[in-house]
Design a protein around this ligand. Structure first.
Ligand SMILES: NC(=O)C1=CN([C@@H]2O[C@H](COP(=O)(O)OP(=O)(O)OC[C@H]3O[C@@H](n4cnc5c(N)ncnc54)[C@H](OP(=O)(O)O)[C@@H]3O)[C@@H](O)[C@H]2O)[C@@H](O)CC1
Ligand SMILES: Nc1ncnc2c1ncn2[C@@H]1O[C@H](COP(=O)(O)OP(=O)(O)O)[C@@H](O)[C@H]1O
Length: 466
């Protein structure tokens, strides 16, 4: 993988790591000189990075101590450099530490932290910093105890304030439980040549902006795409209102609502064209189906009609419970136009037979391949996986979205993007991205309801496209 010698890569990694640690010390304590740094050093190259970085900090007047978990196997050149810079090794975590550098394990780590490592990590994390607070915890490349490939945290693990990672983002830093342990992630370019295409992509605003269909001179409401929304019911009219709001904030030129919440939609969304059933709705370029639909015979009939349409379909909520059964399942299998499913974990279990595992990327990919659909697996870092193995993680998620009905808004927006002509994967990634932005924007004004997210969506799309 490397285009330059390993020693050079380690020096580049150590330089970036030391620079970031110095900046963190200066930001919090007003300077670097005399601050106290503890290195936790394992037996691999991850420890080597930390030792060389420690040597650089020691050369700047930082009081650096290294706790070697396996003294006989610590990186020899790194240790020599550290000693030459005047730093010392210690047998236990000191009581006073301003910054802890976690060089226990990086991409070579498997399983939770071993007991000896876990106990020094917890002792170090509870040391006292000069200002009376806890030390800054900096993970080297990957927080030790986090599976770098999956984000799984199978046992004890470091919880970092900042992770300084080298060459490329590892999946474990951006998805699953590992993303939470990583804190802020800083990427240091060390000149690695990386596989193309990447295994896992993170949506960036520029990607989404570039894909988002924008009306031009030649546009009219039909050419921009018409989205059909078969959601809600007399029992759950709110779901219809929210999904139509989501659809209205997308690029489609028109929203057709089909369902038994028609009166509510007429009152709340005068721009929507309203009808009582999918078959009576007229032409659309994509359908959204499921939120608040119910599970009765009528709902099954509407879902079957949607699946029979030769256009892209987004299935959410109740549709995900119905779609795996009998004739509806056959309709799904017969489809040739793209289908997107948007499950949360319990809905995923209904589709896949078991909830997603700790490796959420693998779970989403597995279901996508199994059903030949694009899967948007909801969560704090929503994952989008296609049947042919493309995977994205959405970085804009916010816990503010953990509120009833926000998924209905997302499904509506996704359907509008499908109607606007985006591929299933792009529509799902773009919808999750804008939805997260709207959640964040809504949270600025206080506690968030799904109606707030719907209300924030249009201006968030405006910010996204600006
Ligand atoms: N790729 C590159 O080009 C570059 C890579 N670089 C750096 O190298 C790092 C990878 O180094 P690596 O391959 O030496 O493995 P590493 O992460 O140090 O772990 C191995 C050690 O961990 C131990 N261990 C394992 N599991 C454990 C656990 N659960 N709990 C406790 N211990 C555990 C294992 O012990 P053992 O099983 O041998 O007893 C072994 O001693 C990478 O993350 C980056 O920092 C940079 O220098 C830039 C260039
Ligand atoms: N802790 C969280 N952090 C970030 N986003 C979350 C969190 N919990 C839920 N979400 C998001 O909120 C939305 C909830 O959707 P869903 O569960 O379908 O709600 P509903 O069915 O009530 O509309 C999803 O987009 C999901 O990714």
């Amino acid at each position: 993988m490397a285009t330059v010698p390993a020693g050079t890569l380690m020096q580049r990694a150590a330089a970036g790591l030391a620079r970031r640690c110095a900046q963190l010390l200066a930001d919090r304590f007003g300077g670097v000189y005399g601050r106290r740094v503890l290195l936790l050093i394992g037996a691999g190259s991850n420890g080597g990075d930390a030792l060389f970085a420690g040597a650089r900090l020691a050369a700047r007047g930082v009081v650096v101590r290294a706790l070697l978990l396996d003294p006989g196997r610590a990186h020899a050149e790194g240790l020599a450099a550290l000693r030459a810079a005047g730093a010392i090794t210690v047998d236990s975590a000191p009581a006073a530490v301003d910054l802890v550098m976690d060089g226990v394990v990086g991409i070579g780590g498997r399983g939770g932290l071993r007991p000896a490592a876990a106990s020094v990590v917890s002792a170090a994390a509870t040391a006292n910093a000069s200002d009376g607070g806890r030390p800054i915890m900096v993970a080297v490349d990957v927080p030790s105890g986090v599976d770098p490939d999956t984000g799984e945290v199978p046992g004890e693990a470091v919880t970092a304030d900042v992770t300084v990672t080298f060459g490329c983002l590892k999946p474990g830093l951006v998805v699953g439980a590992g993303a939470v342990r990583a804190g802020l992630v800083d990427l240091v370019d060390i000149g690695l040549s990386l596989p193309e295409p990447p295994v896992l992509r993170i949506a960036a605003q520029a990607d989404v902006r570039g894909w988002w269909p924008v009306a031009g001179r030649d546009s009219d409401k039909y050419r921009r795409g018409v989205v059909g929304v078969a959601t809600g019911s007399s029992t759950y009219p709110g779901a219809a209102v929210l999904s139509v709001a989501g659809a209205s904030a997308g690029p489609a030129g028109m929203v057709r609502y089909a369902g038994s919440a028609a009166d509510y939609i007429r009152q709340r969304h005068p721009s929507a064209v309203v009808t009582g059933s999918v078959t009576g709705a007229g032409r659309v370029q994509a359908w959204v189906c499921g939120s608040g639909l119910g599970t009765d015979e009528r709902a099954i009939g509407e879902l079957r009609a949607v699946l029979a349409a030769p256009v892209p379909v987004c299935l959410d909520a109740d549709a995900l419970g119905l779609v795996m059964h009998g004739p509806v399942r056959e309709r799904l299998a017969q489809r040739s136009a793209p289908t997107v499913v948007t499950p949360h974990d319990r809905e995923f279990a209904r589709l896949a037979g078991a909830p997603p595992g700790a490796d959420r990327v693998a779970s989403a990919l597995g279901l996508a391949a199994q059903l030949n659909v694009t899967v948007l697996l909801k969560g704090d870092r929503t994952v989008v996986a296609s049947p042919d193995g493309e995977v994205w993680v959405n970085p804009t998620g916010t816990a503010a979205l953990a509120s009833g009905g926000t998924g209905d808004v997302l499904a509506g927006l996704l359907g509008s993007l499908l109607a606007g002509g985006l591929s299933a994967v792009r529509a799902a990634v773009a919808a999750a991205y804008a939805h997260g932005m709207a959640g964040r924007a809504a949270a600025e004004d206080g506690p968030v309801t799904s109606a707030d997210v719907a209300a924030a969506l249009r201006s968030s799309v405006g910010v996204l496209l600006a």
